[in-house]
Design a protein around this ligand. Structure first.
Ligand SMILES: [Ca+2]
Length: 401
C-alpha cells in the first residue's frame, strides 16, 4: 500500500515541472534595439479570431464559436446578443469584426462568418482531392460559405442585422473562408474571400471565391469596380487568384492596400493589391501542393502578378497592421503580421513600395490577430480554446502595473 503515494508523487512532480516549463517557454519580454518590451496578458478567450476598436476606446473581440464580446476597463462583457448564427467548424465560425467609419453617427458594426446554406443537399459528401493531402475533412457534410452582416450596436445588443454580402457558390469543406473586413479611407469595404479549398474558383470570374471583393457599406457594388459591366464576371470582384487571405491593411499616408495570403505547402505571400489584377492562385505559387505535387512559380508565368514577398517555409500569416504608434519605436511604419504555424510576430519593412525585409520574432504561441491600441501599445490575440489577449508595451508601462 505504501507504494501508491511513493509511485504517484514523482509523477505529479514531473507533470508540474512540465507545465511550469511550458508557461515559461512563452516570451514574457522582448529585447528590441530601442529597449525591452513587456508582454502582459489581459484576458482569456475561446478561439478568438479578430479585434477592432470602437471610437470610444472599447475593444470588440470575436470568438469563432459565435461570440462577440466587448473589452473595456479591464473587463470583458457577456456575449453581445443578436449575432447571426454561425457554422462553427474547423476554420469556420464567427471571424472578423469591423467598425463603420461613421460609427459615432450610425452605430454600425460589420461581422464576417461562416454561414450554413438554408437548403442542405441530401448527399453532400465531397470528393477526395489529393492536392489537399491531410487538410481535407471528408466527413464534413455542411454546405457553407463566408457571409458579411452588419447591425447597429446598442449596449450589449446588435440590432437590425442584415446580410450585405455572401460567397457564391457555397461549398462543403473545412477551410479557406478568408474573412478579413477592411474599410478603405474612401469608405468602401474590402472583403477577403478565400478559395474554400476548391482551387479553380479563384480563377473563375462567375464566382467570388478566391477573390478580394469591394462593396459599398450597404452591400451594393461601387460603379468603379474593375469588372462592372463585363460579361461573365461578377461586379463585386476587385482582384482574383487568391487562396486564403487573413490579413489586410492600408499603408498610412498612401492609398496602398496590402494583403497577405496563406500559400499551400510554403509560399505565404504579402501582396500590394492593384485593382483588377490576377494574383495567380492556383496556376502559380511559391509553394507546393500538400501531396508535394509541384506548382509553377510566379516567375514562370509573368502574366500573373507576383508577390512582393513570400515565405518558404510557411509562416501562416493571420492579422496585419501598419504600426503608427510611438511606444515601440523599432516597429514604427512597419507591417506587423501574426503567425500561426510560425508562432511568431513578423515585422516587415516596406521601403518605397518594396518589401525590403521581414524579421520573425518567436512568441512561442500561435498568433491569430494584431491590433494597435489607441495609446500605441500593440495587442495580439493568440489562437485556440485557451487563447489570450496580449498587450505589448515598453517595460514598466504595463496596463495593470
Ligand atoms: Ca500569388
Amino acid at each position: 500500500m505504501s507504494l501508491v503515494p511513493h509511485f504517484s508523487l514523482p509523477l505529479l512532480a514531473v507533470s508540474l515541472a512540465v507545465s511550469a516549463f511550458a508557461s515559461s517557454a512563452a516570451a514574457q519580454e522582448l529585447s528590441l534595439p530601442s529597449g525591452k518590451v513587456e508582454i502582459e496578458s489581459l484576458g482569456k478567450f475561446d478561439n478568438p479570431w479578430a479585434m477592432a476598436y470602437l471610437p470610444d476606446g472599447r475593444l470588440l473581440i470575436t470568438e469563432k464559436p459565435g461570440h462577440l464580446r466587448i473589452y473595456a476597463d479591464g473587463k470583458l462583457s457577456e456575449p453581445v446578443s443578436g449575432v447571426p448564427e454561425v457554422a462553427y467548424h474547423e476554420q469556420g465560425g464567427l471571424l472578423d469584426v469591423a467598425v463603420d467609419p461613421n460609427f459615432s453617427e450610425n452605430g454600425l458594426v460589420y461581422l464576417s462568418y461562416a454561414e450554413a446554406a438554408e437548403q442542405q443537399p441530401a448527399d453532400a459528401r465531397e470528393e477526395k482531392d489529393p492536392r489537399l493531402g491531410e487538410y481535407q475533412d471528408l466527413n464534413d457534410t455542411v454546405l457553407k460559405g463566408l457571409a458579411v452582416a452588419r447591425g447597429k450596436l446598442a449596449g450589449n445588443r446588435l440590432e437590425d442585422v442584415t446580410v450585405i454580402w455572401r460567397q457564391e457558390p457555397k461549398q462543403i469543406g473545412r477551410g479557406h473562408f478568408g474573412g478579413r473586413l477592411l474599410f478603405a479611407p474612401d469608405g468602401k469595404l474590402f472583403v477577403t474571400s478565400g478559395d474554400r479549398q476548391r482551387f479553380e474558383p479563384a480563377q473563375d470570374m462567375t464566382s467570388n471565391l478566391g477573390k478580394i471583393v469591394r462593396i459599398n457599406p450597404d452591400g451594393s457594388i461601387p460603379d468603379d469596380n474593375p469588372f462592372v459591366g463585363q460579361d461573365g464576371a461578377r461586379a463585386d470582384i476587385w482582384t482574383l487568384g487568391h487562396r486564403n487571405q487573413l490579413g489586410a491593411a492600408f499603408r498610412p499616408g498612401t492609398s496602398e492596400l496590402w494583403v497577405h495570403e496563406m500559400g499551400p505547402k510554403g509560399g505565404d505571400e504579402l501582396n500590394l493589391i492593384e485593382k483588377g489584377k490576377d494574383y495567380g492562385w492556383p496556376q502559380v505559387s511559391e509553394g507546393k501542393h500538400y501531396n508535394d505535387m509541384d506548382i509553377p512559380n510566379h516567375s514562370e508565368k509573368p502574366a500573373f502578378r507576383k508577390p512582393d514577398y513570400a515565405w518558404v517555409p510557411a509562416i501562416s500569416p493571420a492579422g496585419l497592421i501598419f504600426y503608427t504608434g510611438d511606444k515601440i519605436k523599432d516597429w514604427k511604419g512597419k507591417a506587423l503580421l501574426g503567425g500561426l504555424s510560425s508562432e511568431a510576430l513578423i515585422v516587415a519593412t516596406i521601403d518605397g513600395n518594396k518589401v525590403t525585409g521581414a524579421e520573425t520574432i518567436n512568441m512561442g504561441k500561435r498568433i491569430r490577430d494584431v491590433a494597435q491600441a489607441p495609446d500605441g501599445a500593440v495587442l495580439l490575440l493568440t489562437d485556440g480554446d485557451d487563447a489570450e489577449l496580449l498587450r505589448l508595451a515598453p517595460s514598466g508601462e504595463a496596463q495593470a502595473g
